[in-house]
Design a protein around this ligand. Structure first.
Ligand code: PLP
Length: 385
């Protein structure tokens, strides 16, 4: 007997980023610039707060929407850091940014609704939209514009079926940071065409040039924006699985019913750790960001010193997105070759969308000596081509 699964499972693809790891089996001494994850451990005051919570009885079910202490701390953070006039009732705590994305789609999208996403973008975006029976529609972004999503390119893709747009600034995989003018242009479009804006701000602290602006802070935008965020990247907490959404109260109420139905709640002691992240010392985060800034310099200069590779300065996040068109190979073939012949794992830009072809994504959330060694290995490989 062949088990008959739901149609929906066929539209959901496994992560193509993780699929690249299959090529690394048997490769010794591999340097990974593959995964988008800080190489730091979570700062100790956060770990201590969570352990302490466990020792003090935070081992029970808790409210689906999130613990009041965390919702309050988040409202304060959103007000101060993001200039969003948020109340605790407009926030829900989620299982990472990943759940925040899926949950946003589940409450906003009806079957057949179109959702605009950047091309290239974080691989799961299209999957989350399909999960809600929506249709992902890509908006191209170009190297000549530092991969920023421009209002004029967005407008060309708006139809009567467009329900929402998902933006990501600073962006994965390109490091692009949208300017105030870009966001104001998008805000006008959202109002004109009555769109929901979903703004994935998980890299908000990783900005080396320009400033991070939350689109929900612009006039008239809070009521049509879902601001999505996570503790994963800023606090090196990828394994904790905690994030949040700030959205209009009616949306948060619907999200709470959906999230409560399939996940119940985020573990209370994890939320204690998150509270400590928000309210504790910020030196650990500052140190991490300073080191990412040095690593960015190292990788960009290193890549630009290799003939055939051109790497523009990424303005945020922790990814370099070098143009490798001069090497005469597809980004997939080059990425596989670099694994097999140079022992360096990077991700083909084509994984992130059509506009990603001709580029590689290299995460520089990696130790400096590893980045230096990776550059020398890539140089040796290119010289032998
Ligand atoms: N959004 C973007 C742009 C990401 O790059 C990631 C992770 O790589 C996420 C969301 C999800 O992060 P998490 O679920 O760990 O919070």
């Amino acid at each position: 007997m062949t088990i008959q699964l739901a149609e929906r499972t066929k539209d959901i693809q496994a992560s193509q980023i993780r699929a690249m790891f299959a090529h690394t089996i048997g490769v010794e001494n591999l340097i990974s610039l593959g995964i988008g994850e800080p190489d730091y451990d979570t700062p100790s005051h956060i770990i201590e707060a969570a352990c302490d919570a466990l020792h003090h009885g935070m081992t029970h079910y808790s409210p689906s929407v999130g613990e009041v202490f965390l919702l309050r701390a988040l409202a304060e953070k959103l007000q101060k850091r993001n200039k969003i006039d948020a109340t605790p009732q407009e926030i829900i705590v989620t299982i990472g940014g990943q759940e925040a994305l899926t949950l946003s789609m589940l409450v906003a999208i009806n079957p057949g609704d179109e959702v605009l996403i950047p091309d290239p973008c974080f691989f799961p975006y299209a999957q989350c939209i399909r999960f809600a029976d929506g249709i992902p529609v890509t908006v191209p972004s170009y190297e000549k514009n530092a991969f920023r999503l421009l209002p004029e390119d967005i407008e060309k893709k708006i139809t009567s079926k467009t329900k929402a747009i998902l933006i990501n600034s600073p962006g994965n995989p390109t490091g692009a940071v949208m300017t105030r003018a870009d966001l104001e242009g998008l805000a006008e479009l959202a109002k004109k065409h009555d769109l929901i804006v979903m703004s994935d701000e998980v890299y908000e602290e990783f900005i080396y040039e320009g400033e991070h602006i939350s689109i929900a802070s612009l006039p008239g935008m809070k009521e049509r924006t879902f601001t999505l965020n996570s503790f994963s990247k800023t606090y090196a907490m990828t394994g904790w699985r905690i994030g949040y959404i700030c959205a209009p109260q009616a949306a948060v109420e619907a999200m709470t019913r959906v999230h409560g139905t399939y996940l119940t709640n985020v573990a209370a002691f994890i939320q204690k750790g998150a509270e400590a992240a928000l309210t504790g010392p910020d030196e650990p985060v500052k140190e991490m960001i300073e080191s990412y800034s040095r690593r960015r310099r190292l990788i960009v200069d290193g890549l630009n010193s290799i003939p055939g590779i051109v790497c523009a300065e990424p303005q945020g996040a922790f990814y370099a997105f070098p143009n490798i068109k001069g090497l005469g190979k597809s980004s997939y073939d080059l990425a596989v070759d670099l694994i097999k012949k140079a022992g360096v794992l990077s991700i083909p830009g084509s994984v992130f969308g059509e506009q990603g072809e001709g580029y590689l994504r290299m995460s520089y959330a990696t130790a400096e000596d590893q980045i230096k060694e990776a550059i020398e290995r890539i140089r040796d490989y290119v010289e032998k081509l």
